[in-house]
Design a protein around this ligand. Structure first.
Ligand SMILES: C[S@@+](CC[C@H](N)C(=O)[O-])C[C@H]1O[C@@H](n2cnc3c(N)ncnc32)[C@H](O)[C@@H]1O
Length: 279
């Protein structure tokens, strides 16, 4: 039977992907830690593991995302379960979590006993659950229109022990009555027909999480128009957007009479988020 070293040597996969997939398989089959990729790389592997490896390798070569193949993804400082039907959280979205934490720790907000946070389009729960984990005294509500996504977000909350987080199935603000200190959202923003939708890992993710089937800005228009009813007077609205949408999103905020409009840079120096307050 082949060993780890041999499998990694002959695979056609990207080496990083191959190591992540193999480490997960070895952990599931044999209970060995990730370090065994080095420490036990000459041990023969069981046939069942090798069969599963060949199957995973084939799927990855067809383009199935690594996160779906291993069923999990790290986000901020939590691990989330993911599956087809829910967007795989992206590292750039961690910026939203950092910005909310910063906002709520500022002097004006630090006195709020239980900050109320609304995560619109929660998907796997990434933003809302990372905030609930890192701001333990907060009250987080996660909304999604997709029952599939919401089901995964609820399972993630249970796995993380975040049992106070509330979930609501519906379109954006429909059915909500509360007011929030922070409204945060990473809505679908890829325009219909964009070439990225039919390339790479995106082909395997739910299109309703990626595109608004319009010009990429329709979710922002809706959210910005409705948000004043649900945002507390000193609250913050914060959204992620596409790499080339900063100007358009900030203009929509201006059109809707928000003030203190700010564009925020991701680690690559690209404007990836916009925030604003009520006038
Ligand atoms: C880009 S994904 C973001 C998922 C997650 N927040 C993240 O950052 O990984 C957009 C999410 O918005 C949800 N969504 C799309 N249209 C919606 C609507 N009208 N109301 C609520 N959620 C919606 C999708 O189901 C999807 O989970």
């Amino acid at each position: 039977m082949p060993n780890i070293s041999e499998l990694l040597q002959v695979t056609a996969l990207d080496k990083v992907d191959a190591k992540v997939l193999l480490a997960d398989l070895i952990q599931k089959h044999l209970g060995w830690p990730k370090s065994s990729l080095i420490s036990r790389d000459r041990d023969s592997l069981p046939q069942a593991l090798v069969d599963d490896w060949l199957d995973l390798e084939k799927k990855r070569l067809l383009g199935h995302p690594v996160a779906y193949l291993i069923g999990k993804k790290e986000f901020f400082n939590i691990e989330l379960m993911v599956a087809p039907g829910v967007l795989i959280p992206r590292p750039e979205t961690e910026l939203l979590v950092e910005l909310v934490i910063d906002f709520l720790s500022q002097a004006a907000c630090s006195e709020i006993k239980t900050p109320k946070i609304l995560d619109l389009g929660t998907g796997s729960g990434a933003i809302g659950l990372a905030l609930a984990k890192n701001i333990p005294h907060s009250s987080v509500t996660c909304v999604d229109i997709s029952p599939n996504a919401l089901n995964i977000a609820k399972q993630n909350a249970a796995l993380l022990g975040l049992n106070a987080v509330q979930f609501h199935e519906g379109s954006w603000f429909d059915g909500l009555t509360d007011q929030f200190d922070v409204i945060v959202s990473n809505p679908p923003y890829i325009p219909a027909g964009d070439e990225h939708l039919s390339a790479g890992d995106l082909r395997f993710e739910p299109s309703s999480a990626l595109t608004d089937h319009d010009d990429g800005l329709s979710a922002y228009r809706h959210i910005f128009q409705q948000a004043p009813t649900y945002l507390k007077p000193d609250g913050l609205i914060l959204v992620e957007h596409g790499y080339d949408q900063s100007e358009a999103v900030c203009q929509l905020l201006t059109d809707c009479k928000y003030v203190d409009i700010k564009a925020h840079l991701d680690l690559a120096g690209i404007k990836r988020a916009a925030s604003a307050k009520l006038s």
